[in-house]
Design a protein around this ligand. Structure first.
Ligand code: NIG
Ligand code: FE
Length: 426
């Protein structure tokens, strides 16, 4: 039986009421915290916490791991609800093309982009894909990520989409972090279907979704709803088929153009609407007019904006309308070759003008909710997983995003067990 005691934490942050499912935008500036605190966990779950003057000691210390967190903050681990972590290879040649002035869309039109990644993925064995993704996830855990969503979308055929999702399932079984998986077959039209979109849609709707659901290979469905990719009507078909098989939608919308994807996602009760770099007032108002419980979580991906030099999602406008904003990396070889949530935190504050507390709520409880893990993760509450970040000795919480590009993490615990042990671990 694994047992954990953390003492003397400078503060335990994110001590929201256990029943809180998501933090609405106007409340996001408040990150509840307990100063000078202790926390206990057993068998991976938080069993108690409070200020040090309420700590009465632990009689039975057998098998107890004690961490003295003097001078350090304890936070819920990062939840990353939008990634393409399973992919074959980086695409730094396109990065150089971008520096030379080509846009993401121009590179895709020349045969680069998603189809470039699909060709490489189809040629790669399941084992090799697994090994590469496993290494990426190890790095992400060192950076504080305790839960991750992983999409397919570089297979673009029955066989290769299933291959990607099988790799994700193996990762879920083998690694300590929580993994949720998403079928993103509607990511780009594969070359062999370029003259017959309807046939590719049929493959997704009539074969892939039923098979993935039957084998329990995915938790969600996704569509890249965008000019030159998939239409709103096609996205609606995928969301309907997903819903019929118990798979809610998490969709790519409004990355480059606003074409009605938000309104359709609301209509089909999607779990999240992701990207949102290009938003009209109508898009914002449509989200704001939806009751909180039904409203798809707006999920912003600031490191994609950074890498592509496109606008940052309108975090302040969303929060002003009381919408619960979530943050994710979008880790993928084309638009975000980084799975580092700490960099997302800095960009969210520096570029999207989120307050540190707002951004931390967005990458803990709200991002847990964006993958239906809010009952397990995202805050410090009795019964939740003891998946926590212990910082180095830092002067304040704002120092985390402020001193960008530096590593402020000392220790990362997943289910009460260190996956990274710093000096705080005795
Ligand atoms: O979320 N925009 C669509 N999908 C990915 C990029 C995929 C790629 O370029 O490989 C994204 O940015
Ligand atoms: Fe993405």
């Amino acid at each position: 039986m694994s047992r954990l005691l953390i003492t003397n934490a400078k503060a335990l942050c994110g001590t929201h009421p256990a029943e809180l499912r998501r933090v609405p935008g106007r409340s996001m500036r408040s990150l509840p915290a307990i100063a000078d605190a202790w926390l206990t966990a057993e068998n991976g779950r938080i069993t108690g916490f409070g200020p040090m003057d309420t700590f009465t000691g632990i009689a039975d210390t057998s098998g107890l791991r004690v961490i003295d967190a003097t001078g350090r903050y304890v936070l819920p681990g990062w939840c990353d609800p939008h990634t393409h972590t399973v992919h074959a290879a980086p695409r730094e040649e396109e990065f150089v093309d971008k520096i030379n002035g080509l846009s993401y869309q121009e590179i895709a039109a020349r045969g680069g982009g998603i189809l470039n990644s699909a060709a490489k993925l189809r040629a790669m064995s399941e084992d090799e894909l697994y090994t590469k993704a496993e290494a990426r996830l190890h790095t992400m855990m060192q950076q504080g990520t305790v839960a991750v969503e992983i999409k397919s979308g570089y297979g673009l055929s029955l066989e290769s989409e299933l291959k990607m999702l099988r790799v994700a399932r193996r990762l879920k079984e083998a690694l300590p972090l929580q993994v949720k998986t998403t079928l993103l077959a509607a990511h780009a039209l594969p070359a062999e279907f370029k003259d017959d979109r309807a046939a590719y849609m049929k493959l997704i709707l009539n074969e892939l979704i039923p098979q993935v659901a039957a084998e329990g290979l995915a938790d969600f469905v996704d569509v890249f709803c965008e000019t030159n990719y998939f239409t709103v009507a096609e996205m609606e078909q995928v969301l309907e088929a997903g819903a019929a098989h118990g798979l809610p939608g998490k969709v790519h919308v409004n990355q480059f153009t606003s074409i009605g994807g938000i309104q359709a996602a609301i209509k089909h009760k999607a779990l999240s609407v992701d990207h949102l770099e290009v938003m009209t007032d109508e898009d914002l108002e449509a989200l704001a007019a939806t009751p909180l419980a039904d409203s798809p979580l707006p999920t912003l991906l600031p490191s994609c904006s950074f890498f592509l030099r496109i606008p940052y999602g309108p975090a302040r406008e969303l929060m002003l309308r009381d919408l619960p904003v979530a943050l994710a990396t979008d880790f993928n070889p084309g638009t975000t070759p980084s799975g580092n949530m700490n960099f997302v935190l800095s960009l969210a504050c520096i570029q999207a003008r989120m307050l540190p507390e707002e951004a931390i709520n967005a990458m803990t409880l709200n991002s847990a909710a964006a993958m239906q893990l809010e009952h397990e993760l995202g805050s410090i509450a009795v019964g939740k997983r003891a998946s926590l970040i212990i910082t180095k000795e830092i002067p304040s919480l704002a120092y985390l995003p402020y001193a960008f590009g530096n590593d402020h993490i000392d220790t990362v615990l997943i289910d009460g067990t260190p996956v990274r042990s710093g000096t705080a671990v005795a």
